[in-house]
Design a protein around this ligand. Structure first.
Ligand code: MF3
Ligand code: CO
Ligand code: CO
Length: 277
């Protein structure tokens, strides 16, 4: 066993509980987030609720990361650092990425929130990035490969004029935060690792309005921004490969309750119909 990417049956319940907590944290952030708050305020809310549930925040001190979650605004692709001086303004889009460790297992999820009224192009980017995540989820079943997931995302995103970030990928997850396999958000069908029941990993496409390339700010060594300053959005779920398809472990209160039977019958579009996004 390589650190938890392939779950033992008796650990499935623990991964479900960690995933449910990640979702509950984001549901809480969705209720609280508003213009005038700092990204440090969000970090505090996440840290407080995580502790209250008897969990700890995996990002904190992870390779030296200073926050309990990532807060990535506008042209920040990922790994934005919570900051008391960064105040949310109407029109911002912000990804909040949380990873509680509960009873030894990680639940990893993120959503991009829109602050007040945002420009139409930004709103479309956020909605389409959410749909792209579900295209990827819908490709998960035993016998499929990691490349099938990336291909499904890329085929949805690029014809709409967006680009897929390549420097960051989804990842196996379980007792370990980041493990094999890498889940690329672009690629060719049938390539990569074959999916088998019991695997748990994240799918977390970062989609840019402009160029796909990004660079990491030298002043903090973490914040990844688009090279051209264009907007970037991201959504992330942790999923389990089941005998028949996929179970999403980090579903929010607004999302469908379970993806069983297999996802072919529940496209991202169907799920979106009942979603507040
Ligand atoms: N939660 C992020 C992910 O989706 C990782 C954050 S690592 C940190 O994989 F150190 F930046 F917090
Ligand atoms: Co992740
Ligand atoms: Co994450």
């Amino acid at each position: 066993m390589d650190g938890g990417a392939r779950l033992q049956p008796h650990d499935v319940a623990k991964m479900r509980a960690a995933g449910r907590l990640a979702a509950a944290l984001l549901d809480m952030v969705a209720r609280e987030i508003r213009a005038g708050m700092s990204t440090q305020d969000i970090d505090r809310l996440v840290d407080d609720m995580t502790r209250a549930r008897g969990a700890i925040s995996a990002p904190y001190r992870y390779h030296g990361f200073p926050g309990h979650c990532c807060t990535s605004i506008n042209d920040v692709v990922c790994h934005g650092i919570p900051d008391p001086n960064r105040i949310l303004r109407e029109g911002d889009i912000i990804n909040v990425d949380v990873t509680p460790i509960l009873d030894g297992f990680h639940g990893d999820a993120s959503r991009t929130f829109m602050i007040g009224a945002v420009p139409a192009a930004a709103q479309r980017l956020v909605q389409d990035t959410y749909r792209a995540l579900w295209k990827g989820i819908s490709a998960v079943r035993p016998g499929a490969t990691t490349g099938d997931i990336g291909h499904a995302i890329q085929c949805f995103v690029e014809p709409r004029g967006y680009s897929v970030v390549r420097q960051f990928s989804g990842h196996g997850i379980g007792r370990v935060f980041h493990t094999a396999p890498a889940i690329l958000h672009y690629g060719r069908p049938g390539t990569g690792e074959r999916l088998v029941p019991g695997m748990t990993f994240t799918i977390e496409p970062m989609i840019n309005l402009g160029d796909w390339r990004c660079h990491i700010l030298r002043e903090d060594g973490w914040t990844a921004v688009t090279v051209d300053g264009s907007l970037s959005a991201q959504f992330e779920h942790t999923v389990l490969v089941t005998e028949t398809g996929v179970e999403v472990l980090t579903l929010g209160a607004d999302e469908a309750l379970a993806i069983e039977p297999p996802p072919a019958q529940l496209s991202g579009d169907t799920l979106l119909a009942g979603n507040s996004l």
